[in-house]
Ligand binder design. Structure first.
Ligand code: NI
Length: 410
């Protein structure tokens, strides 16, 4: 028995008011990117009385806090990201953002507050810890590679297992959902400049018009997705920006295409990135033009370890009951830099439902919406789940090490 479900749920509930208070403070004062001084200070202040080993980042405002139980035991990592998005907020909440064009629209304010609460919850149970719980407070998740900064600074050193929660208004409040294998997609960006030859619109044969060629590239990319990608390892190429021309009677010199590539397998991701280059340059070449392709690598596919995903479902079921835990039928096409953690350490990420009261989970404004609302009550479950995952993870790692010792002794 690694944890008492009633005890942890009750502990989560007792910490809810503090978590809500911190979440609303962060929501009111959101910060962007890798430098979140105010958020970092709020976290440090809340952890100050817990007797943790705390380190702050040198290349970002990250916080790593170790709660040491058995100092000779394994390490389990729990992660919460802290950054907001560059967008206006239109929720009309009394604690809506006071920072222009900046909003906690991905729930990272709740992630931070839940991780602080989990630290307190577990600090009260230090004697039960068969090792160390490491709390990873991460900036720069929204495209700034914050996890990479922390990994380069050693956050995964000695870590045997990792767990993260992402909240969503599109699951019923208090539900937990995850799956083995890919949970979130990769996300890369591209830009293609088609270079023709400008001229008078009345005499295209004296010019070389890049606009129809750019259109042909858009179609050819869709043909690649539907005809060359394995339907069981899907991918998406979306051209989201087309720019060319200045006047009705002028053929422009260049046409620009920009967009994003998403995939739920590394294989499809690599094939799609390779195809972008090949399709664009060859379609352009067919028309005696040049296409310059620029790729910006984004986050890789977030892949849950199969065993750890099953373990998450088992632990969440013990904690919350089977009627609140689901195995998701398919990945979500958003991206996460927790992917980098899961590339190096076996672990899992789970979604925690926070659909607001009275709303339909299928229709509630989603993460990244300017109108995103959440039900804060499930934060109690989130704190308890963090704690349950840490206690279970440590116990299993100790048991695994014991079994390995026996095997090598016999
Ligand atoms: Ni997020």
């Amino acid at each position: 028995m690694t944890f008492e479900p009633d005890d942890l749920r009750e502990a989560g509930r007792s910490l809810l008011d503090d978590a809500v208070e911190l979440r609303r403070e962060l929501h009111r004062h959101p910060e962007l990117g890798l430098e979140l001084p105010r958020t970092q200070q709020a976290v440090l202040d809340r952890l100050a009385d817990l007797d943790l080993d705390v380190r702050t980042g040198t290349t970002s405002t990250s916080v790593v806090a170790d709660l040491v139980g058995d100092p000779d035991g394994p390490i389990v990592l729990l992660r919460g990201d802290m950054d907001a998005l560059p967008m206006p907020e239109d929720t009309e909440l009394p604690f809506a953002s006071e920072v222009r064009n900046t909003m906690h629209a991905c729930g990272h304010d709740t992630h931070t507050a839940m991780l602080v609460g989990a630290a307190r919850l577990l600090a009260d149970r230090r004697s039960e810890l068969a090792g160390t719980v490491r709390f990873m407070f991460q900036p720069g998740e929204e495209g700034q590679f914050g996890a990479r900064h922390m990994i380069d600074e050693g956050v995964l050193d000695g870590v045997g297992r990792a767990f993260g929660i992402h909240v969503t208004p599109n699951l019923p409040a208090g539900w937990v959902g995850t799956r083995p294998g890919p949970l979130l997609a990769s996300a890369d960006e591209f830009a293609i400049t088609v270079r023709g030859r400008g001229g008078h619109a009345s005499t295209p044969h004296f010019a070389n018009d890049p606009i129809p060629v750019a259109c042909e590239i858009v179609s050819a990319l869709q043909t690649f997705v539907t005809r060359r990608v394995d339907v069981f390892a899907p991918g998406v190429i979306s051209v989201t920006k087309v720019r060319a021309g200045t006047a009705n009677n002028v053929i422009p010199e260049t046409a620009l295409l920009e967009g994003t590539v998403r995939a739920v397998s590394g294989r499809t991701r690599a094939a799609a990135l390779e195809a972008l280059e090949r399709v664009a340059t060859n379609v352009a070449a067919a028309h005696d033009m040049v296409a310059e392709v620029t790729l910006h690598d984004g986050y890789p596919v977030t892949v849950n370890d199969a065993g750890r995903a099953a373990g998450t479902i088992e632990t969440a079921t013990r904690l919350l009951g089977a009627d609140r835990v689901i195995e998701l039928p398919s990945p979500v096409m958003g991206a996460e830099d927790f992917s980098y953690v899961l590339e190096e350490v076996p672990g899992a990420m789970a979604f925690l439902g926070m659909c607001p009261p009275g709303a339909n989970p299928g229709a509630a404004p989603p993460n990244h919406s300017n109108r995103m609302l959440i039900d804060e009550a499930p934060m109690a479950d989130g704190m308890a789940l963090h704690a349950a995952m840490a206690l279970t993870g440590l116990a299993e790692l100790v048991a695994g090490a014991g079994a390995a010792d026996e095997a090598s002794a016999s």
